[in-house]
Design a protein around this ligand. Structure first.
Ligand code: ZN
Ligand code: ZN
Length: 358
């Protein structure tokens, strides 16, 4: 496509409405027109659309504006992802690992360690039990919300006026989805869709982290860290009063706890406790590092890819950056995932970017 033709086609496209994340044929099908095709974009080209497609849409004037407004007003309700089952073996194994280890550490901490340290009928035990259960509730709740929340460009029929779709703002034609994808979105090969403000694909939740589930993912990570650190601290008190430290066997048992336990070298319950203790130590380090990384991204108003490219055009200052992820009631969202907190944008249009430019 030459430059002039491309520009005129782009202008015609801007005279119609498009469904973000939907194939252009879907849009036309809504209006009774199904004879179109969107070719994959050539290198360096702008949005492409055949003349007959643009003309077919143009002849219908300005459709569906009411629908656009109506649907955007419903954004306070979470859209449920349709296919939540993990799509790769690594996703499946990673999810299974988390879903096994988290309950095991919960059991270890509250049913083994705490009664061993405090007994089971006193105020200290009750307080620790309540705190541990609060952490576990947040792990389960935020995990569930992260997995169920649809943050893809096509989720729930998100619609925007294509007049806002300027290539200069970061709109692009995704060759895999064959649809226009908004700024900050990116295609995930595993999820097989474009994700709004995509951060990364998380193997432990088997889904992408994007605009609408970012809050839940970060809180899931935060409470995993708290839970692991909690289990590690009290596990330290418990383990070393119960198991005498013997050099070098104790070191070997801690470095290879899985092999020692499962291959029959020491299948005692103490070795199983030691295994959980080591997992809590490794988990504390791992989730701690991830928490520092993700919170620093949030405070700087970027996702992982933007940070790597040093693209800070969406940085609004730490307070608004936090609101961008946790919503208007950001100061309450750490309590429970069930607390509603309206996000300031829709993940498609970035008004602050336009106003900055204007
Ligand atoms: Zn895509
Ligand atoms: Zn993904």
């Amino acid at each position: 496509m030459d430059g002039a033709t491309g520009a005129s086609r782009c202008k015609r496209v801007q005279e119609v409405q498009l469904v973000t994340g939907h194939h252009v044929t879907d849009v036309l099908r809504m209006h009774g027109e199904v004879t179109c095709h969107v070719p994959p974009p050539a290198a360096g080209s702008s949005f492409k659309m055949a003349d007959n497609e643009a003309a077919a849409i143009k002849s219908r004037g300005q459709p569906r504006i009411d629908v656009i407004r109506e649907r955007s007003e419903r954004r306070a309700t979470m859209i449920i992802r349709k296919r939540v089952w993990p799509r790769t073996v690594s996703d499946l194994l990673s999810m299974a690992f988390v879903l096994t280890i988290a309950p095991l550490l919960y059991w270890f901490g509250l049913w083994v360690v705490l009664p061993g340290l405090y007994g089971d009928e006193n105020l200290a035990y009750t307080l620790h039990f309540a705190l541990g259960s609060f952490i576990m509730l947040n792990i389960v709740g935020n995990f569930t919300y992260t997995v169920l929340c649809d943050t893809s460009t096509g989720g729930g029929g998100r619609i925007v006026p294509v007049s806002t779709a300027r290539a200069a703002d970061g709109w692009r034609l995704c060759p895999a989805c064959e649809c226009l994808s908004p700024p900050r979105s990116w295609h995930c090969n595993v999820c097989d869709t474009c994700i709004l403000k995509r951060d990364h694909h998380c193997v432990f939740t088997g889904c992408c982290v994007g605009y609408y589930n970012h809050r839940y993912f970060v809180m899931f990570l935060w409470y995993l860290f708290l839970g692991a650190a909690y289990a590690f601290c009290y596990g330290s008190l418990f383990i070393w009063t119960r198991i005498p430290f013997e050099f070098p066997m104790s070191i070997v048992k801690m470095v290879f706890p899985v092999a020692i336990f499962f291959f029959g070298f020491d299948s005692s319950i103490d070795q199983f406790y030691l295994l959980l203790y080591v997992v809590s130590a490794v988990g504390t380090l791992y989730t701690g590092v991830l928490c520092v990384y993700h919170f620093s991204l949030i405070l700087r108003g970027v996702v992982g890819d933007e940070s790597n490219k040093k693209d800070f055009r969406y940085d609004l200052g730490w307070r608004d950056n936090v609101k961008e992820v946790f919503g208007e009631r950001w100061y309450l969202t750490w309590l429970l995932p069930y607390i509603k907190s309206q996000l300031p944008h829709d993940g498609v249009t970035w008004h602050h970017l336009c106003s900055k430019k204007d």
